[in-house]
Design a protein around this ligand. Structure first.
Ligand SMILES: [Zn+2]
Ligand SMILES: [Zn+2]
Length: 297
């Protein structure tokens, strides 16, 4: 990798609904010698293995908020990462940055991992401290600043019952990647996403009949941004490349992609790329997006 490229790998682009095609949200950021995982949803370590990346490759995770699809994979990363073999081998604790509430996760993980830890310590396989989460609670602003890689948390609006949910602005050598994570239409995100090379935004939609007949679908939809919302966000921020992720096209009769994209297009006339797991985005002099299954690999 050339030294001035900000490399973003979409390990997971899904929602809580289990899908082999779209695992829980997780994004690997690599720049210079820095590597940080943002969110660790279901199956993140499986996606790493598909790319030949050892489970112990990252020792730093930033969590956007505490819906399960954004952190249920962290226990696998935490525990499996300690195993002293080439495919894991973290060799130290896991540093986790998260909004308020992180201590519960860190303390709970220490308890929940004890049975596995005890076996491995008694076998002289691991240092018990390698299975510890070192928690750092963050608020809006710079979360990570090392080796030229700067990651800023942006307070977003993920609904009234979620006071602390964040998107992120990732900068390296003038390259800018912005990820909305989970949010409704949000002016703070719009103002802090200006000048992005790549801006990836969540999106959710359901048919009017579904909303009328399934109140719980309405509850879910109200936490997220509609196609019209997302189109307005892209129109106001004008990223070099706009992308969609975390597509919540809710059952039982999901809105077709054609409908979703035409609603968005009524507000935004630029190129929109729909993300999939294992896409690699390189942001340098140009922007490239490489799907996992490209036949040249
Ligand atoms: Zn989510
Ligand atoms: Zn969420």
């Amino acid at each position: 990798m050339t030294d001035d490229v900000l490399k973003v790998t979409l390990l997971g682009t899904g929602i809580p609904n289990p899908s082999i095609h779209a695992f829980g949200t997780s994004t690997l950021i690599e720049a210079g010698g820095e590597k940080v995982m943002i969110d660790c949803g279901r199956g993140a370590v499986i996606r790493m293995s598909q790319l030949g990346i050892p489970v112990g490759y990252v020792d730093t995770v930033i969590l956007s908020h505490y819906h399960s699809d954004h952190y249920s994979g962290i226990f696998d990363l935490l525990m499996s990462g300690t195993i002293p073999q080439g495919w894991a081998g973290r060799g130290g604790p896991l540093t986790v940055y998260g909004p308020e509430g992180l201590e519960d996760l860190a303390e709970g993980a220490w308890q929940a991992t004890r049975p596995d830890r005890t076996i491995r310590v008694n076998d002289n396989e691991i240092d018990p401290e390698h299975m510890r989460i070192i928690p750092h609670v963050y608020t809006e602003g710079v979360v990570y600043d090392r080796g030229g890689l700067v990651i800023r948390a942006i307070l977003v609006d993920h609904g009234d019952n979620i006071p602390s949910a964040y998107g992120f602005r990732v900068e390296y050598k003038g390259r800018v990647f912005v990820h909305s994570h989970d949010t409704r239409y949000n002016e703070n995100l719009i103002s802090q996403a200006k000048g992005a090379d790549v801006f990836i935004h969540e999106i959710a939609a359901a048919r009017d009949t579904t909303l009328a007949n399934y109140p719980k679908v309405k509850v879910a939809i109200d936490h997220h941004a509609s196609p019209t919302d997302v189109g307005r966000v892209f129109a106001q921020t004008q990223p070099r490349l706009a992308m969609l992720t975390h597509l919540a096209l809710l059952p039982p009769d999901p809105l077709p992609m054609d409908d979703l994209l035409s609603e968005l297009a009524a507000e935004y006339d630029g190129i929109v790329l729909v993300a999939e797991d294992l896409m690699t985005i390189r942001i340098g002099a140009n922007i490239s997006v490489e799907p996992y299954r490209h036949p040249a690999r």
